[in-house]
Design a protein around this ligand. Sequence first.
Ligand SMILES: [Zn+2]
Ligand SMILES: [Zn+2]
Length: 291
Amino acid sequence: MSSVPPFDRPGIWLKGNLHTHTTASDGRVAPLEAVNWFAEHGYDFLAITDHNWITPPPMDNPPLTLIPGAEISTQRCGVDYHVVAIGITEMPGPPGRDPQTVIDAVNTAGGLAILAHPYWHDHTLDDLRPLHDYAGIEIFNTSCWLEIQKGHSLVHWDLLLRRGHRVLGFATDDCHWRIPDYGKGWVTVRAAENTPQAIVDALKAGHFYASTGPEIYDVSLNERQVTVRCSPAKSVYVIGNDNSCPNAIHAWDGEPITEAAVELHPRQKYFRVEVVDFEGHSAWTQPVWVR
Ligand SMILES: [Zn+2]
Ligand SMILES: [Zn+2]
C-alpha cells in the first residue's frame, strides 16, 4: 500500500487562507487585525489579497507566515475574471487586462494564479476552457457561500477535470469581515518548511487538500484499491470521470467513518476524494491521475 501525494511527502502540515481582504481595499478590518485573527485561530500562513494592490506586511515580525498576494480584476470578451495571485511582490501590470496575460505574468514572476469563485462569476465551461497554466480554481469560497450561496464551484472543477484540464481545487475565505466570513474555508499544505517559498512550491505541486472542516490523514492506492484515513466522517466519496461507477462509503448506522476503502473501476482515469463530516463540512483532495 503506498500513499499518494501529498500524503507520501516528507515535511510538515500547514493550514492557511489564501484569499483575504482588508481595509487596504474593500475589507472591514485593518491588515494588522486580519493577521492577528488568523494567527490566533490556528493558522500557520496567510495571504492578504486586496483588490489590485499588494498590501505590505503590517508588522515586522508577523505571528504567522505572510505570503504577498493580490486579487487582480481581469476581463475577456466582456466576461470578468478575478485572478488571485499568490507569491508576487509586484503587480503584474494594471487591472482590466486579459486573464491569460495576468496568469502568464504571475507565473513569470514565480507566483501562483488561482481563478477565484467561478460560480460567483457564473462562469460557463466555455469561459474557463480557453485559459491555461493557472494553478487551479476556488472550489469553495466562504464569502460567496454566505452572501449568495454560490460558494461551491465543484461542478466547474469536475467539468474541467473530465475534459483533461489538470487543475487544482482550493478552498478560501475571501473574507471581507462584514459578516463572519473568516475561518471557514482553507488549505492544508504539506510543505518542506514554513516559509513563503516552500508553501508556494507545495501549492504549485498540488501538495495540499482543501477543507471546510474535516481532516484527511492519508490516501493510499494499492493496485486499484483506494484507502482513506480521515477525521470522523459521515461519508467518504471517491469521485472520478466515470459516473456509472459510484464509490461512496456512508455511516448508515451513525458510526463515524475514520477509514474507508473502495475499489476504483478500471474506467476511472483519475479520482479525487471528498470527506463529509456530520455537520456537512467537506474536505477535498486533489485529483490523482491513475492512467
Ligand atoms: Zn473576487
Ligand atoms: Zn476577493
